[in-house]
Design a protein around this ligand. Structure first.
Ligand SMILES: [Zn+2]
Length: 182
C-alpha cells in the first residue's frame, strides 16, 4: 500500500481541496501545498497542470473577472504569491516582452520562494494559474513559459505568455531559457 494513493483519484481530490480553499477564501498552507504538489506532480505532471489551468479558468469565469488584476488579487488573497503584469525591469524582461504578448512577475511565489539555484525553473503551477486566468479573460488559447525563477538564481519568478499559434516566438524564448538552465 503506497503512502499516497494519488492517481487519478488524488489529482481530483487535490483539485477539490484547492476549490474548497477557494470557496472559503482560505490561504494556502504552504508546507502542505508543497508536499501534496510534489507527490501529485510525480504521478502525472501534465495531467496535474491541465487540471490547474482548467481550475484557474473556471474560477475566473465563476467570479466574472474581466480584468487580469482582479484575478491576480484573488490568487494573492490565497497566498500563492504577488502577481504583477508587464513588470519589465531589465534586458531579458524586455526581450521576452517583445517576443510574447505579456510578461507576468510572481513575487514570493508559493512553489519556489527562497529555493536555492538548482539550474531549473520550478513554478509550472503558478504558470498554469496565470495561463488559465489569461485564457478566461482574453478568450484566447495561450502558452506560458517561466523564464526567471529562484531555481535559476533569480529572486523573482517571471513568465511570458504567447498566443497558441505563435510557436516560433515561443520556441525562440524557450531556447533563451534553456540557455539559462544547468
Ligand atoms: Zn519560480
Amino acid at each position: 500500500m503506497p503512502l499516497f494513493d494519488y492517481h487519478p483519484e488524488s489529482i481530483r481530490s487535490f483539485v477539490d481541496t484547492v476549490s474548497k480553499m477557494v470557496e472559503h477564501k482560505s490561504k494556502v498552507d504552504r508546507r502542505l501545498f508543497l508536499l501534496v504538489r510534489g507527490v501529485v506532480w510525480m504521478a502525472s505532471e501534465s495531467e496535474f497542470l491541465l487540471a490547474v489551468r482548467r481550475a484557474s479558468r473556471e474560477i475566473c469565469k465563476a467570479y466574472g473577472f474581466e480584468d487580469l488584476n482582479d484575478a491576480f488579487e484573488f490568487f494573492e488573497s490565497m497566498d500563492i504569491g504577488e502577481f504583477e503584469a508587464q513588470d519589465v525591469e531589465d534586458d531579458l524582461d524586455e526581450r521576452m516582452a517583445d517576443l510574447g504578448d505579456m510578461v507576468v512577475s510572481v513575487y514570493d511565489c508559493v512553489s519556489c520562494s527562497g529555493a536555492p539555484n538548482v539550474g531549473e525553473t520550478l513554478c509550472a503551477f503558478e504558470g498554469h494559474i496565470i495561463l488559465g486566468a489569461v485564457e478566461a479573460i482574453t478568450g484566447d488559447k495561450m502558452r506560458v513559459l517561466e523564464y526567471k525563477c529562484w531555481g535559476l538564481g533569480d529572486g523573482v519568478c517571471k513568465f511570458v505568455l504567447f498566443p497558441q499559434g505563435d510557436l516560433e516566438a515561443f520556441k525562440e524564448a524557450r531556447s533563451v531559457v534553456d540557455g539559462r538552465k544547468r
